[in-house]
Design a protein around this ligand. Structure first.
Ligand code: ADP
Ligand code: MG
Length: 481
C-alpha cells in the first residue's frame, strides 16, 4: 500500500521588540543570566502585565503578510503548566481568540508554487531557560527570555513532504526578516518549530494519527526528523500496527525521534481569559495605519526584479533571499543603471568575496555606492571587465572608491581611436618583417600585432577597438601595396 505524508507546522517566532511583551525589561540576547528580570517577569504577587503595543503591531504585520484576517476583539488567556522556567505557573497566551486567522502563503518547491493555509497566528510570552550544570550536578534558571514576545504561527496540514516543510519554514523566516519583526535566527532560538506528521493511504480523505516532534531548531533537522518519522510510522502501518498519538523529541546526534510524553489535551492546560489584561480591541483605522507602514514583501520584490529590471526568476530569488540583498542591488543599480551587470557583480563577485571572508553583506568593505561607481566605469568601457576585477579586489581589501584606484594606477582603458592608431603604427614600425610577412599573405600575424599593442599598453587598450584599428590599418596597407 502506498502512503501519503501529511505535515502541519507550529512555528514560534521570537519578536525583536526592544522590551518584553508585558513589561519594560530588555529582550537583548547574550546578557548575563537574570540581568533582565523585574516583578512581572518574576511573577511576583501584585505585579501587573501591561501589553507592549509593538508586539500587537508586529503580529498584525505578520498576519497581513500571510493574508490573514485580523480579529478586532482580542483576549489573552492563561495556559497553565508547571515548569521551573515559568515562575507564574501559567503562560500568557491567546486561546480561542487569536489575533490572526485564515491566511495562506505561497511556497516554491521545484519551480512550482504551492499554497499553504495558515490556521492562526497568536501572541504569547516566552519562558525562561533551564541550564543543567553537569559539573556541579545542579540546575540553574535564567529568566532573561521569560516574557519575551512570541508569535505562534500554526499551518494547516497542507504540507506533503519534509522538503515542503523546510521550504515553508524558509519562506516564513524570509517574511519575518523582510518585516523586521524577528531576526529568524534558528541557532539562537528565535525561530523554532514543532512538526506534526501523519501518514494516510493514498486516496484516503481522513487524516491518520499524528505525532508531534517538538522544538526543532534547524532547517536540516526539520527534514531529517520528518524523514525518520515517516520511515518509523510507515513500518508500523505496513506491519499492521497503529501509530500512537504522542509528543516526540528529535535527537540530532543519533537522528532518531524519542517519546517525550503522551499528547496533552488543551483541557489539561485549564485555559481561561487572563483577568489582569483587558480585552484588546483593534480598530480598522489601526490596521490601515499599520498596513501603510508595511515594507514590500519578497513576492513583490521578485516581481519587480523580473518585470521591472528584466532579471531572470533565478536571479530575482537569489537577490530576495534577504531584504538587505535586494536593497543593496537597487542602490548599485541607481548608480550604474545596468541591472544585469549589477546583479552579476553583486551575486557572484561580491557574495563570493564576502563568503570567502566570512562577512555579512552589512559588513561589506565595498559600499553599494562604490560598487555602482565601479560598474559605471566598466559599463562605459572606461576600464575593461578584467581591470574591473583587479580594481574590485583592491576595493574589497581597502574599502577605497574605484575612481581613486583607477586614477592612481593609471588603469584607464584606452578607447580613443587616434591614440590606438598611433600605438598600432608604432608597433608596425618596430616589427617591419612581420608586417612584410602579413602583406605577403600570412594573415595569422594579425593576432601577433594585437598582442604587441596590448603589451605596449600594459593591457589597458580596449581589445575590441585594437582589433578593429589593426584590421583597418592592415587593409589600408594591403590595398596600397
Ligand atoms: P495542538 O498540537 O496544540 O493540539 P492542533 O490540533 O491545532 O494543535 O494542531 C497543530 C498542528 O498539527 C497544525 O499545524 C495542524 O496542521 C497539524 N495537524 C493536525 N492534524 C494533523 C494530522 N493528522 N497530520 C499532520 N498534521 C496535523
Ligand atoms: Mg501542538
Amino acid at each position: 500500500m502506498e502512503f501519503e505524508t501529511v505535515i502541519g507546522l507550529e512555528t514560534h517566532v521570537q519578536l525583536s521588540t526592544k522590551s518584553k511583551i508585558f513589561c519594560s525589561s530588555s529582550t537583548e540576547f547574550g546578557a548575563d543570566p537574570n540581568e533582565f528580570t523585574d516583578p512581572v517577569t518574576l511573577g511576583l504577587p501584585g505585579a501587573l502585565p501591561v501589553l507592549n503595543r509593538s508586539v500587537v503591531e508586529y503580529a498584525m504585520m505578520l498576519g497581513l503578510a500571510m493574508n490573514c484576517e485580523i480579529r478586532s476583539f482580542n483576549r489573552f488567556a492563561r495556559k497553565h503548566y508547571f515548569y521551573p522556567d515559568l515562575p507564574k505557573g501559567y503562560q500568557i497566551s491567546q486561546f480561542e481568540e487569536p489575533i490572526c486567522e485564515r491566511g495562506h502563503i505561497a511556497i516554491q518547491i521545484n519551480d512550482a508554487t504551492r499554497t499553504i493555509g495558515i490556521t492562526r497566528i497568536h501572541m504569547e510570552e516566552d519562558a525562561g531557560k533551564n541550564i543543567h550544570d553537569s559539573r556541579t550536578g545542579s540546575s540553574l534558571i535564567d529568566l532573561n527570555r521569560a516574557g519575551v514576545g512570541l508569535l505562534e504561527i500554526v499551518s494547516e496540514p497542507d504540507l506533503r513532504s519534509p522538503a515542503e516543510a523546510a521550504a515553508y519554514l524558509r519562506t516564513l523566516r524570509q517574511i519575518v526578516r523582510f518585516l523586521d519583526v524577528s531576526d529568524g535566527n534558528m541557532e539562537e532560538g528565535s525561530l523554532r518549530c514543532d512538526a506534526n506528521i501523519s501518514l494516510r493511504p493514498v486516496g484516503e480523505v481522513k487524516f491518520g494519527t499524528r505525532t508531534e516532534i517538538k522544538n526543532i531548531n534547524s532547517f536540516k533537522f526539520v527534514e531529517r526528523a520528518l524523514e525518520y518519522e515517516i520511515a518509523r510510522q510507515m513500518s508500523l502501518l505496513k506491519s499492521g500496527k497503529t501509530v500512537v498519538q504522542e509528543t516526540l523529541l528529535f535527537d540530532s546526534a543519533t537522528g532518531v525521534t524519542k517519546p517525550m510524553r503522551s499528547k496533552e489535551e488543551s483541557a489539561d492546560y485549564r485555559y481561561f481569559p487572563d483577568p489582569d489584561l483587558p480585552p484588546l480591541v483593534i480598530e480598522e483605522s489601526w490596521i490601515r495605519e499599520v498596513t501603510s507602514r508595511m515594507p514590500k514583501l519578497p513576492e513583490e520584490r521578485v516581481k519587480e526584479l523580473v518585470e521591472g529590471y528584466g532579471l531572470t526568476a533565478y536571479d530575482a530569488h537569489v537577490l530576495t533571499a534577504e531584504r538587505s540583498f535586494v536593497d543593496f542591488f537597487e542602490e548599485v543599480f541607481k548608480i550604474c543603471q545596468n541591472a544585469k551587470l549589477a546583479c552579476a557583480w553583486v551575486t557572484s563577485e561580491l557574495f563570493g568575496m564576502l563568503n570567502k571572508a566570512g562577512l555579512d553583506l552589512k559588513k561589506s568593505p565595498i559600499s553599494a555606492q562604490n560598487l555602482g561607481e565601479l560598474l559605471k566605469l566598466i559599463d562605459s568601457e572606461t576600464i575593461s571587465g578584467k581591470m574591473g576585477k583587479s580594481v574590485f579586489e583592491e576595493m574589497f581589501a581597502s574599502g577605497r572608491p574605484a575612481q581613486e584606484i583607477v586614477a592612481e594606477k593609471g588603469l584607464k582603458q584606452i578607447t580613443n581611436d587616434d591614440e590606438i592608431r598611433r600605438i598600432v603604427e608604432d608597433v608596425f614600425n618596430k616589427n617591419a618583417s612581420q608586417l612584410q610577412g602579413y602583406l605577403a599573405g600570412n594573415e595569422r600575424l594579425h593576432m601577433f600585432f594585437v598582442g604587441q599593442v596590448m603589451k605596449a599598453t600594459s593591457g589597458s587598450a580596449n581589445p575590441k577597438k585594437v582589433n578593429e584599428v589593426i584590421a583597418a590599418e592592415l587593409k589600408k596597407r594591403k590595398d596600397g601595396a
